[in-house]
Write a protein of this length. Structure first.
Ligand SMILES: Cc1ncc(COP(=O)(O)O)c(C=O)c1O
Length: 458
């Protein structure tokens, strides 16, 4: 498989003209453009029937792989049952069932779930619960954190580029360094923060994991100062890091838990915000408060049925265990194969969430002579370039959205050892071509030049 030109797919022109012209142009800079048309389990096909191994899982939304047959069958059944997708004049049967199931999965005291449609909504619901329950207004979050792009979640976004065009956002939002308990305690001390919003590992900053015990201690500090901890497991949840929810491997329970993405098997839009009955009661517990947080499609039957089936599939197919065990083997294999590579700084991960950090190391003469040049080139393009080269070898993956020098390996949890071996070989082959920045600059400039001459052909 080599470079392809998908311009002839009619949907691409329409997308470029009517949806997001700049995105299509950007895909054309390196020639990443493909019209992906179908997916099944860990495989995705483009319109020319080229087959790709998926190591991205739709940014963590397809933990079950694509179009899991049990989710499809469950939804097909629902569509023949004359089910009411929502009834707002009485309790929703499907929502009740899903909330009870989530409460069982998360464990006490997280027994009340508010179901919505996206990750941003789930986090923002947590922020609203925290304000209403504490009567405080401020929020603390982490530098490098990503929680969505609604105005509320942008206010706690740890990446300035994403926030700036929309400012002023919510007042009273403070960023602290991730993993730094002293800064967190200093921010909590004035007792003005309704919530500390944090994800278990900074997913979009390149899977930065905190020092051991950080999250549990952060929760303890939050409780000490009357702040609620909102744990954003939109990406880490549903088995991604080797336990159903990442907090379950950390020996603590957050006040509020936000879920989304893979919760419905990647098929129906869904998000969920879990908290204790006590906190929920403070926020929305009276008859003049019960409707303060509401959205029409939140908890619709399609999404809830898909989520209930997803939880069953995760259990029946042992996917959380697979994430933990295969993830550990994949991490070890990648580390062994990339050991000593002059442009691989770190290979880290938890479960099937693995990050390869690219950049200068002590090895390689150019790294020693011109580390800032090597660092700048790696930061600006290496991750994206590696993703293009992997695509051309039939593997889909992407760098972290906020750190292009970190390649994320986030495959469906249905990955097998055979898929992992294919992936490791492809990563090794691609990175082996670049033992220094000179071949990287040569290849990238050559490709960009050619793409320029074709008018950034998709
Ligand atoms: C950790 C985290 N939180 C929240 C979100 C926002 O989710 P959504 O895109 O469904 O709004 C994302 C999306 O990537 C995420 O990774």
């Amino acid at each position: 498989m080599t470079e392809t030109n998908a311009r002839n797919h009619p949907a691409v022109e329409k997308y470029a003209q009517h949806v997001n012209p700049a995105f299509v142009k950007l895909l054309g800079v390196f020639g990443y453009g493909r019209a992906f048309t179908r997916g099944r389990d860990v495989w995705i096909w483009d319109h020319e029937d080229n087959k790709y191994l998926d190591a991205l899982s739709s940014f963590g939304a397809a933990n079950l792989g694509h179009n899991h047959p049990r989710i499809i069958a469950r939804l097909q059944r629902l569509l023949t049952e004359d089910a009411l997708n929502f009834v707002h004049v009485g309790p929703s049967i499907h929502q009740g069932e899903l909330a009870a199931r989530l409460a069982r999965a998360a464990g006490p005291p997280l027994e009340i779930a508010s179901i919505c449609n996206t990750g941003a909504e789930a986090v923002e619901a947590g922020m609203k619960i925290a304000r209403a329950a504490t009567g405080r207004s401020a929020f603390i979050s982490c530098e490098g954190g990503y929680h969505g792009t609604s105005l509320g979640t942008l206010s706690i976004m740890g990446e300035r580029r994403m926030r700036k065009p929309f400012e002023p956002l919510l007042a009273d939002c403070l960023l602290v360094p991730f993993g730094d308990l002293h800064s967190l305690e200093a921010a909590l001390k004035p007792k003005r923060a309704a919530a500390f919003v944090v994800d278990p590992g900074l997913c979009e900053a390149g899977l930065i994991t905190p020092p051991e015990g950080y999250l549990a201690e952060a929760q303890r500090l939050c409780s000490k100062y009357g702040t609620l901890m909102v744990l954003d497991e939109v990406q880490t949840g549903m088995g991604r890091t080797g336990s159903l929810f990442a907090f379950q491997a950390e020996g603590f329970t957050p006040d509020i838990l936000a879920l989304a993405k893979s919760l419905s098997g990647g098929i129906a839009p869904i998000g969920a915000t879990l908290t204790s009955a006590k906190i929920h009661h403070k926020a929305f517990g009276s008859m003049d408060q019960f409707d303060l947080h509401f959205t029409t499609f939140g908890g619709n039957a399609m999404s809830c049925a898909a989520a209930l089936e997803t939880l069953d599939v995760l259990e029946d197919e042992g996917l959380v265990t697979n994430s933990r065990e295969l993830g550990a083997r994949l991490l070890a294999d990648l580390r062994a194969r990339l050991d000593g590579h002059p442009l691989v700084r770190d290979v880290r991960g938890r479960g099937l969430f693995i990050a390869i950090e690219l950049g200068p190391t002590d090895a390689g003469w150019m790294n020693r002579l011109a580390p800032s040049l090597v660092s700048a080139v790696s930061k600006a393009m290496f991750g994206q370039w590696a993703a293009v080269k992997l695509l051309e070898r039939g593997v889909i993956c992407q760098p972290a959205t906020q750190h292009w020098d970190v390649l994320k390996i986030v495959p469906p949890l249905t990955f097998t050892q055979e898929h992992a071996d294919l992936l490791v070989n492809a990563v090794f082959d691609v990175l082996s071509e670049y033992q220094g920045v000179a071949p990287l600059i040569k290849d990238v400039t050559g490709r960009v030049g050619r793409q320029f001459l074709t008018g950034w052909s998709f």
